[in-house]
Design a protein around this ligand. Structure first.
Ligand code: SF4
Ligand code: MSK
Length: 625
């Protein structure tokens, strides 16, 4: 894009609800991400290729042909690897700090410090505890929970040689990691070590920095994220298949609308309880509304959708547009992927934003420091705040642009096993018979540099046509849902083999497996399949993709997928193209080391072909072609 080049509406988003709200935003004088992208374009080439270093005050240094080394002597390889290492550290820290917050809440429940939350899935609690070597014989629920909370805390520290869930990884793969020196130890240790290595004068060997990038990302996938997922299931229930709805049409004109946004379900689960409080519903009626409507955005939305079937208003690029409907009273956020602009967009309407995490305050928003000990009272306070704002809504500025689309959600690993009759055998048989050629996890975000959801949706459609089962998480969920792919009837769009299996099991060809941290469910499923077949994950006909990614977390997810042996497609490269060494390692060299690498392809149809080829190679390797 050149500077000041504004794209047409059709080029901005594939969705009618988004386009109508972008037009309304323009009319209402509201600036959106698409406007700001124009202001920021063209982007700095040094930054884009990763060769700008700000790691010390002898610089900042920018590498070019004329100046191939920074003041300290670091070349493009070192600078790109360090920048990428820190980028990955941001992602690993985000997921893992979320995981830590979950352990703290779980610890508080186990130690009786709060009765605001309960252990909902005791069967899973005991199963996970036993899986991690805890002897549960004769212990009551809270005793098991205390031991499991301590065990999880250990995965963040430096005291162990490996994080707890490494035991899920196939033996041969663990040996490979051992040889490479990338078995993840404690999450905090790996992140701190990356910050240390990338300080001026430490790790000045790009491949060595990248190896640690993989180790740290593995700590995210197999510990920080996996722990977040497993604890959330234990506290709030393991997701099971259920129906819900998606798009801006889930916002209701005649109700008090509350949107929850961010990633961690600890706040939003209590908001869900509060909106069902009869006193608050009566108060909403007093104010003239028909009731209180709760809907989700991004991954907090995914958490509530998976477990409770709460409808999803939209993904990353829909967050500003949801407010532009003029019908949202309150947006309650926790952390990650929340555009700071939401405060300004809200101020153009009557929408108030409430922040709840002390580590994620937004200037201009109201802050409520959320404590698990008084979660219920605080949640009710927020819902009351939303109700009080309902009379401030201007009906003339309300436009809810779509009818909701039906979706099916809730495919945890446990739910999938349930649908398969309790074992992976039917899935493995279908893969062996070629009815399902393989599986691909399409994960991640939106990015206004792309036509919104064009790649997310078309890649999923193209893969299912080729009999490749698709699993979605994060913001791709909304794309797949709006495109009708999350319903069993979507089997009609799949190839004949996948269609037959979906029809037999009554499942859609695209399965919703959760939020960003729930990519750990995909890792777990891959490990179960590999263990069942006695191979490494890298031998399986699997791939991952993040077509429209934007965040540090998405890069870390991609890196732990690759390091775990899963070929990973990205729509565009991270900022590493300024180093041939780093780029070649990511796109090729890693294949020899960990059995998988990245591939870059902005066109979803070409990407489907690349993924298909890779899956065919893997099938051949297993003697299935
Ligand atoms: Fe420049 Fe080296 Fe300092 Fe980076 S660490 S800013 S390359 S002198
Ligand atoms: S919210 S990381 S935009 S998926 Fe998880 Fe969506 Fe990507 Fe954030």
């Amino acid at each position: 894009m050149k500077k000041n080049e504004k794209r047409s509406l059709d080029e901005m988003s594939i969705w009618p609800d988004a386009r109508r709200m972008i037009e309304k935003a323009e009319r209402d004088g509201v600036e959106t991400a698409w406007d700001r992208l124009v202001q920021q374009t063209p982007h700095c080439k040094f930054g884009e290729s990763g060769v700008c270093c700000r790691n010390c005050t002898m610089g900042p240094c920018r590498i070019s042909k004329k100046a191939p080394r920074g003041v300290c002597g670091a070349d493009a390889d070192v600078i790109v690897a360090r920048n990428f290492g820190r980028f990955l550290a941001g992602g690993a820290a985000g997921h893992s700090d979320h995981g830590r917050d979950c352990i703290e809440a779980f610890h508080a429940v186990a130690h009786g410090k709060t009765d605001e939350y309960q252990i909902t899935d005791t069967e899973k609690l005991v199963r996970i505890a036993e899986e991690l070597g805890i002897d549960t014989e004769g212990l009551d629920t809270m005793q098991v929970a205390k031991l499991l909370a301590d065990e999880f805390f250990q995965s963040f520290a430096s005291i162990r040689d490996e994080v707890a869930f490494v035991r899920r990884v196939p033996e041969a793969q663990r040996e490979r990691w051992q040889r490479l020196g990338i078995i993840p130890r404690g999450v905090d240790r790996e992140i701190a070590e990356m910050m240390h290595r990338t300080h001026m004068g430490c790790d000045n060997d790009a491949p060595n920095t990248l190896l640690h990038g993989m180790r740290m990302s593995l700590a995210d996938g197999w510990a920080g994220s996996m722990i977040a997922t497993e604890i959330s299931d234990i506290l709030f229930g393991t997701p099971m298949p259920k129906k819900s709805r998606v798009n801006l049409g889930v916002i209701k004109e005649d109700q008090v609308n509350i949107l929850v946004h961010g990633h961690n379900p600890i706040v939003s689960e209590k908001i869900l309880e509060a909106v069902q409080d009869p006193e608050l519903i009566a108060l909403a009626r007093e104010k003239g509304a028909q009731g209180i409507n709760l809907a989700g955005l991004c991954c907090t939305g995914n958490e509530l959708l998976m477990r409770k079937g709460i409808p999803m208003a939209g993904n990353h690029l829909m967050t500003e547009l949801a407010i532009v409907t003029g019908a949202v009273e309150l947006i309650i956020v926790d952390y990650q992927c929340i555009m700071p602009s939401l405060v300004q967009v809200g101020s153009c309407y009557h929408t108030k934003m409430v922040t709840t995490a002390d580590k994620a305050k937004f200037t201009g928003a109201e802050h409520i420091s959320f404590y698990v000990e008084k979660a219920g009272e605080q949640a009710r306070e927020m819902v009351r705040m939303a109700i009080e704002r309902y009379p401030l809504r201007n009906p003339d500025r309300v436009d809810i642009p779509a009818e909701p689309v039906e979706i099916t959600t809730g495919f945890s690993v446990e739910a999938l096993l349930g649908a398969l009759g309790g074992s992976l055998t039917p899935l493995i048989e279908a893969i062996k018979a070629g009815k399902i050629r393989g599986a691909v996890g399409i994960v991640g975000c939106n990015n206004p540099k792309y036509k919104h959801d064009y790649c997310n949706l078309n890649l999923a459609k193209e893969l299912i046509k080729r009999d490749i089962l698709v699993i979605v998480t994060g913001c791709v969920t909304t794309a797949a849902g709006k495109g009708g792919l999350l319903m069993p009837q979507a089997a009609e769009m799949a190839g004949p083999g996948l269609q037959e299996i979906c029809n037999a099991l009554g499942i859609p060809p695209v399965l919703h497996m959760g939020s960003c941290v729930d990519n750990a469910r995909i890792l777990h499923l891959a490990a179960l399949l590999a263990n069942e077949l006695g191979v490494e994950i890298s031998d399986l006909p699997l791939a991952a993709s993040s077509p429209e990614w934007y965040s540090e977390k998405a890069a870390t997810i991609g890196t732990y997928a690759v390091a775990s042996g899963i070929y990973t497609h990205l729509g565009h490269p991270p900022n590493i193209t300024g180093s041939q060494t780093v780029a070649e390692l990511a796109l090729k060299g890693l294949d020899d080391l960990v059995g998988a690498c990245f591939c870059i392809e902005p066109d979803p149809f070409k990407a489907a072909e690349l993924i298909h080829q890779r899956i065919t190679e893997k099938r051949r390797g297993l003697g299935l072609e």
